[in-house]
Design a protein around this ligand. Structure first.
Ligand code: SF4
Length: 361
C-alpha cells in the first residue's frame, strides 16, 4: 500500500475514533477532514454526533416568515442586495397594520414563527421597536412567537439609543421580546468584517451583545453564512468561536448556516454548490458537539437542503418570505407537502416544532 494512502487512512481512523468516543476535534483536525474525508466519511461522523442528541430518522421543522420591516440601512455591507441608504428612492418602513397582515397570513398558512430582519435605519428609534413588539404580543398573545431582531440590528439599536447592551435587552424584554437571534454574524472573524462590513460591528462586540442578551433572560441562536470569499481557516475560526461561546454560556438554542446569494450584490461572484454546503453542514455538526440542534437552510438551498439531514442536521424551516435573500436570488416554494415528502423519502419523519405558546425550544 502506498505510504501516503496508509497515513491518510490512519489519520481518518484516529479522528473517527475520537468522534465516536465523544471527544472533540480541534481546528487542525477539522481542516484535515475538510480536505481529505469523503462525503460518506463526513456523513458517518456527523451522524454519530447527531445520534447523541436525536433518535435516528427523526427531524423537526417550522413554518415561518421573515418580516423585513425596513430596508433602509447605513451599514453598506458589500454582499447585500437588499438595503437602501436613507433618503434613496425605494426605501420603506412597514406600518404595524402591514406587519399584522403578514402575521395573519403566516397563521393562515399554518406557521407560528416570525423573524424580524431589517436594516440599520437611523430614523427608527427604540420606541418604534418596543411599540411594535408590545402590539404584537397584545394582539396575538402566545399564538405567534417572534425573533425580534438579529444581534447586528440589536447592536445598532442599542448604540443609536445610547443604551448599554444590558439596558437595551431589558427594554426589549419588557416589550414582550423573548428571542434575539444570532443573525448578522456571517463569518465571525475580524478580518472578514473589515473586508466586507466594517460598519456592522466587530466580532468582540457581537459576542458581548449576545452575552448581554442571555444575561437579560432572552434566548438566542447561532448562525453563519458561507460562500463569500472566506477562507477555510475563517470558516473554522467561526465554528471555534461559536463552540467556545456555547461552552461558556450554554445559551445557543441552535446553529443555522446558510449560503450567500451573490446576485445584484456589490461583490457579486458565483454561488457555492449544494455539495459544498452539505459538507460544511457535516463539519459543523462534528465540530459543534455542544449544540444539539443543527439546522439546514431551505431558504437558500430549497429541497436539496433536506439532504442536509444525512449530513448531521436535524431541523429546518419552511419559509414563506424573506426579501433579503430573495432580492439576491433565493426562491421560495409554498408546496410544503412536496418538501416534507422529500424528507420522508430520505427516511426521516418530520414533526412540526411548535415555537409559539412560550414553549422553550
Ligand atoms: S446585510 Fe443587513 S446590515 Fe448589511 S447592508 Fe444589508 S441590511 Fe444593512
Amino acid at each position: 500500500m502506498d505510504n501516503a494512502v496508509a497515513a491518510s487512512g490512519g489519520r481518518l481512523a484516529e479522528i473517527s475514533e475520537k468522534v465516536s468516543h465523544g471527544e472533540r476535534i480541534d481546528a487542525g483536525e477539522a481542516r484535515w477532514l475538510w480536505e481529505n474525508a469523503s462525503d460518506a466519511e463526513l456523513c458517518a461522523m456527523a451522524e454519530t454526533v447527531r445520534n447523541r442528541f436525536h433518535a435516528p430518522g427523526t427531524c423537526t421543522y417550522m413554518v415561518m416568515r421573515i418580516i423585513n420591516y425596513t430596508n433602509v440601512c447605513v451599514a453598506q455591507c458589500d454582499y447585500c442586495a437588499f438595503y437602501k441608504l436613507p433618503g434613496v428612492e425605494g426605501g420603506y418602513v412597514l406600518s404595524q397594520e402591514e406587519i399584522f397582515r403578514k402575521l395573519d397570513e403566516l397563521l393562515a398558512l399554518g406557521g407560528d414563527l416570525a423573524a424580524f430582519n431589517g436594516g440599520f435605519n437611523p430614523h427608527l428609534p427604540l420606541d418604534y421597536y418596543c411599540e411594535l413588539f408590545t402590539a404584537i404580543r397584545s394582539r396575538y398573545g402566545d399564538a405567534i412567537e417572534f425573533y425580534a431582531l438579529t444581534i447586528a440590528e440589536f447592536l445598532y439599536l442599542a448604540d443609536h439609543a445610547r443604551l448599554s447592551y444590558a439596558e437595551a435587552a431589558a427594554r426589549l424584554k419588557r416589550a414582550g421580546v423573548r428571542w434575539i437571534t444570532g443573525g448578522g454574524s456571517e463569518i465571525l472573524t475580524e478580518d472578514f468584517r473589515a473586508r466586507h462590513s466594517k460598519f456592522k460591528y466587530t466580532v468582540a462586540e457581537y459576542f458581548l451583545a449576545q452575552r448581554a442578551i442571555l444575561d437579560a433572560g432572552l434566548k438566542t441562536t447561532a448562525t453563519m453564512v458561507i460562500g463569500f470569499d472566506e477562507t477555510l481557516d475563517e470558516r473554522i475560526e467561526h465554528l471555534e468561536r461559536t463552540r467556545r461561546f456555547q461552552d461558556e454560556t450554554q445559551g445557543l438554542a441552535s446553529f443555522l448556516c446558510w449560503t450567500f446569494k451573490p446576485y445584484f450584490t456589490q461583490i457579486g461572484g458565483i454561488e457555492i454548490t449544494t455539495a459544498e454546503y452539505l459538507r460544511h453542514l457535516a463539519l459543523s455538526r462534528i465540530y459543534l458537539d455542544n449544540i444539539p440542534r443543527i439546522r439546514t437552510s431551505v431558504l437558500t438551498q430549497n429541497e436539496r437542503a433536506l439532504d442536509g439531514l444525512r449530513y448531521g442536521a436535524d431541523d429546518f424551516d419552511l419559509p414563506i418570505e424573506d426579501e433579503v435573500t430573495q432580492k439576491a436570488g433565493a426562491t421560495i416554494s409554498l408546496d410544503f407537502e412536496r418538501m416534507l415528502n422529500y424528507a420522508r423519502e430520505l427516511g426521516y419523519s418530520p414533526q412540526y416544532r411548535k415555537v409559539s405558546g412560550n414553549v422553550v425550544t
